[in-house]
Design a protein around this ligand. Sequence first.
Ligand code: XBP
Ligand code: MG
Length: 235
Amino acid sequence: KMQALIFDVDGTLADTEDAHRHAFNAAFAEAGLDWSWDQALYKELLAVTGGKQRIRAYMEQLFLPPADDPGGAQRIAELHARKTAFFVEALKGGAVPLRPGVEALLRESRDAGVRLAIATTTTPVNVRALVAANLGEEAINWFEVIGDGGVVPRLKPLPDVYLWVLEKMRLDAGDCLAIEDSANGVAAARAARVPVVVTRNMYTQDHDFSGAIGVLDDLQGVGLNALGALYAAAC
Ligand code: XBP
Ligand code: MG
C-alpha cells in the first residue's frame, strides 16, 4: 500500500535550478572570478549533484584541480556559502514558485493521511526557505522527515538519503512512492528500491528515466488517485 510520498526538492517541488545557477554566478562575480554558467553549461554540470561538488567538478574542467591546492576545499566552502545566501535571498523574495499541482497534491495527501517526506541533496536552509516562501512558515512541518544534503555524506545517485528517510519513517521502500525530476534522482530512489514517478523539466527532459514507473510533464491535475494507479500497476 502506498503509505508515503517522498519528494525531491530541486526540479520537483519547484524549478529551482535557474535560481541556483544565478546564485552560483553571483557568488563567483562577488569573489572576482570570471566564471559564468549559462544554461547549456549548467545542464552538463547538473550531472554532478551537490553545489560544492559541482564547483569542484567545474574547477577540474578548468584544470584548476582543487585537490592540488591545500586552501581549495576552504575556498569552495566559502563560495558555496555565499551562493546559498544569494539563493535563500531570492527564495525569500518569491523568485521561485512551486511547480503546478505540487501544493494540491501535498494538501490532498495531508487530508488523506498519506505521510510526506523529503529526500534531496540540497542544503537544509534552502528547503526551509522554499517551503516557507510558498506555503508559509508552518508548512515545513507537513514533512515528517527531511533528508537533505547534510544527513548523509554520499549524495544522489547513491541511495543513502532515501535509505535514511525510510529508516526514520520506519517504512519499507515498497510502501512509498518517490517523486523525482532527474536521472540521478531516479537512480537514487531505485537503488533504495523505492518506486519512483518522474516530473521532468527543462533541464532534465532528455534524461534516461528507465526504472521509473511513470514519466509526467508535471503534477497539474495529478492527484493521489492517478499516482495510486501508477503505483498499483507497477508494484
Ligand atoms: C539537486 C542538486 C543541488 C542543487 C544545488 O539535486 O544537485 O546541488 O543543484 O543545491 P536533486 P546546493 O534535485 O537530485 O536533489 O548548492 O545546496 O547543493
Ligand atoms: Mg531534483
